[in-house]
Design a protein around this ligand. Structure first.
Ligand code: NOJ
Length: 564
């Protein structure tokens, strides 16, 4: 398969630098900290390291608010540290993916400072400035140019009193949206991207890249029940010029570079049909999408409105994406990232069956077609955190939601319950390296408390135990590297109506693989004739000697292999 792109056999590891490893004792992770852990990552076997943003930033949204695209925030180190990281990672056979946050900048970025300086600023049009709604005066409730709700609570428009105009921010008010309609903006971004590639990085994970093209007529959205704010999604998701912008970016930045690179488009709300278009190789937009359908299945209205997760719905969603991208396009596979609660707590069991649930979940995910992503700590089976009060949270989304919901009359205890289940801070507690007081993450007070369960759940213990989640993930990654059916095989969902067991086959070049995952704490019989005698290539229990049928033990995963 020499003509297949390299990333079809690759596994990406996401590092959230703030929470990974602190080398200088300020309670915040940094680049030298990452360098110190490269051998751990090499041992796990991952191919690509995606770094969440390390650029200078006021850290309103932990670095997703960038004030200088071509430098490193002092809290994380220097450009020299960054160059050293790239060089050492390359020497150990791992590539570096930068987080590209170009839907918006920080309000402290010089581009925005200039843009805000007056209506005549040459950069005024680099952002979305609009007068108040017709017939209304600036600052009057409802005078915002549209009724859109921001992702981090409140309206998406902030009034600048000096000029009496509003600027658009889909995220926090310190994250103004760039105006991609302006060709100067696009050229400035492409130049910056070329600069990083010339410096040696191997590609980009593109933050909310399906929000860069908005409906320029800026229509109101349908209001959320009872409120004054509306849903702007249809007007800024996968907008009219999104494909054009990505194709242009490809031409301006990536074309003609002959070393192996990777582009990943993070695309909330992207449909399967759109994903096919964004990733069709001949269109030259992005290599793969990062989509959200499966992580929205336990939500009713908003993300804070949690409902029980149904395995059949998960299978229907994954199955549809597998089928839809079978011929053209490519998907990312993930349970976790810095925006999602920990999967073992969410879809598994973080109590007595934690190790088996975590390894089962990893097995099911990694055996799909697509490129798997491991989020730091997932390979240890790290869990959600036991937050006790709102003071324990740091994430702007969580903190703002709490204030807004409580102000609107919701019972604080109920709001906290939802935060405990869904807050992004669950993913952001420091990496658990050992059982020392701050989990080996820092010698200082960590910026977000370590999970007390680091006494039992940590890398030192996991690396020493051949049956740990770590070694199971290592074997899954190795299987993708060595078994072509994992990377290239056709996918067939089995038992789609079964509420307890996830089952599918992959087939390629005369080899067939069967993956089974028991999503419950009870024993489950599986009726799939002809498989019990096949070769067991990976499992999370000692092999079962019964060759007459398949009886899955609590949270058991198995992968069988046979010649077709
Ligand atoms: C998506 C990122 O993953 C998230 O962490 C961030 O808050 C928003 N985009 C805004 O950049």
């Amino acid at each position: 398969m020499t003509d297949e792109p390299w990333w079809k056999t690759a596994v990406v590891y996401q590092i959230y630098p703030r929470s990974f490893a602190d080398s200088d004792g300020d309670g915040i992770g940094d680049l030298p900290g990452i360098i110190g852990r490269l051998d751990y990552l090499r041992r796990l076997g991952v191919d690509v390291l995606w770094l969440s943003p390390v650029y200078p930033s006021p850290q309103d949204d932990n670095g997703y608010d960038i004030s200088d695209y071509q430098n490193i925030d002092p809290v994380f180190g220097t450009l020299a540290d960054f160059d050293a990281l790239v060089e050492r990672a390359h020497a150990k056979g791992m590539r570096i993916l930068m987080d590209l946050v170009v839907n918006h900048t920080s309000d402290e970025h010089p581009w925005f400072v200039e843009s805000r300086s007056g209506k005549d600023s040459p950069k005024r049009d680099w952002y979305w400035w609009r007068p108040p709604r017709a017939g209304m005066t600036a600052g009057q409730p409802g005078a915002e140019p549209t009724n859109w709700a921001s992702f981090f609570s409140g309206p998406t428009w902030e009034l600048d009193p000096a000029t009496g105009e509003y600027f658009l921010h889909l995220f926090s008010r310190k994250q103004p949206d760039l105006n991609w309609e302006n060709p100067e903006v696009r050229q400035a971004i492409y130049a910056m991207m070329r600069w990083w590639l010339d410096r040696g990085v191997d590609g980009f994970r593109m933050d909310v890249i399906n929000m860069i093209s908005k409906d320029t007529t800026l229509p109101d959205g349908v209001t959320f029940h009872g409120g004054s704010l509306g849903d702007g999604f249809p007007h800024f998701i996968s907008g009219p010029r999104n494909h054009e912008f990505l194709a242009e970016m490809h031409r301006e930045v990536f074309e003609g570079r002959d070393r192996p690179l990777l582009t990943v488009g993070e695309m909330p709300g992207v449909t399967l049909e759109q994903a096919v278009e964004f990733t069709a190789p001949e269109r030259r937009e992005v290599d793969m999408v990062f989509q959200f359908e499966h992580v929205n299945l336990d939500q009713a209205g908003s993300k804070w409105d949690v409902r029980p997760f149904q395995l059949r719905e998960l299978k229907a969603s994954f199955g549809r994406w597998q089928a839809g991208l079978a011929e053209v396009g490519w998907n990312s596979l993930y349970w976790n990232n810095h925006d999602q609660p920990r999967v073992v707590s969410r879809f598994g069991d973080d109590g007595a069956h934690r190790v088996r649930a975590a390894t089962m979940l990893g097995t099911v995910l990694h055996l799909h077609r697509g490129t798997p992503y491991v989020y730091q700590g997932e390979e240890l089976g790290m869990t959600n955190a036991p937050f006790t009060s709102i003071e324990d949270f740091r994430d702007i989304e969580s903190v703002n939601h709490y204030a807004e919901a409580v102000a609107a009359g919701q019972e604080p205890g109920a709001v906290l319950t939802a935060l405990r289940l869904m807050s992004r801070d669950n993913a952001r507690t420091p990496m658990q390296w050992d059982d020392s007081p701050n989990a080996g993450f820092t010698t200082a007070t960590p910026w977000l408390a370590v999970n007390p369960n680091h006494k039992e759940i940590n890398a030192a213990v996991a690396v020493a135990d051949p049956d740990s989640v770590f070694h199971h993930y290592r074997r899954l990654i190795e299987l993708r590297h060595t078994e072509p059916a994992v990377a290239y095989g056709d996918f067939t969902m089995l038992l789609s109506d079964d509420e307890h067991v996830y089952a599918f086959t992959r087939s390629y070049d005369g080899v067939e693989l069967l993956t089974l995952g028991n999503f419950t704490g009870a024993t489950r019989a599986v009726d799939l004739p002809g498989w019990a005698a096949a070769q067991l290539v990976i499992g999370n229990y000692p092999p079962d000697e019964d060759r007459n049928g398949i009886l899955l033990r609590p949270w058991e995963a198995r992968v069988y292999r046979r010649n077709a």
